[in-house]
Design a protein around this ligand. Structure first.
Ligand code: FES
Length: 160
């Protein structure tokens, strides 16, 4: 009787452990699915179109600049000043006005640099100043056929 009671109690504990263990596993799987979902939510899809018209779709984490994203994906966008608004080699053209209008307005410093960009268009921006945000999901950017890099192109400012 004593042994039987012990076995029953033992089985009860085992059964209880299975329930707890099973729940822990279910929770973990649900958490992982949730985490995966969040991971996707934290990135947006951006299409970059190179000078030959070839398109490459990349995932860009929220908060990352298009210049950094291009570099992470081996896309040829120069960015000579590494985002310090001292060049125009990160010039990109926003393909859709709808998306262009979603961007923060360019600062005066960005506009000054854009004025020096080769092949400036109405929807030109500097790639280092375009930061991924959820509303930019689906953004399409063209890389201009050429950039102007004063350091390499031998530009010398004229004396006043
Ligand atoms: S990298 Fe120079 S202004 Fe963007």
């Amino acid at each position: 009787m004593g042994l039987q009671a012990y076995n029953m109690a033992d089985r009860g504990i085992t059964f209880l452990c299975c329930i707890v263990w099973g729940k822990a596993n279910i929770d973990t799987a649900a958490d992982k699915a949730q985490e995966g979902g969040d991971e996707d939510k934290e990135k947006i899809s951006v299409t970059l179109i190179d000078k030959d018209g070839d398109e490459k779709q990349i995932k860009v984490p929220i908060g990352m600049s298009m210049l950094e994203a291009a570099h992470e994906n081996d896309i040829d966008l120069e960015g000579a000043c590494e985002g310090s608004l001292a060049c125009s080699t990160c010039h990109v053209i926003v393909m859709d006005m709808e998306y262009y209008n979603k961007l923060e307005d360019p600062t005066d410093e960005e506009n000054d640099m854009l004025d020096l960009a080769f092949g400036l268009t109405e929807t030109s921006r500097l790639g280092c100043q375009v930061i991924a945000s959820p509303e930019l999901d689906g953004l399409r950017l063209a890389l201009p056929a050429a950039t102007r890099n004063f350091a390499v192109d031998g530009f010398k400012p004229k004396p006043h």
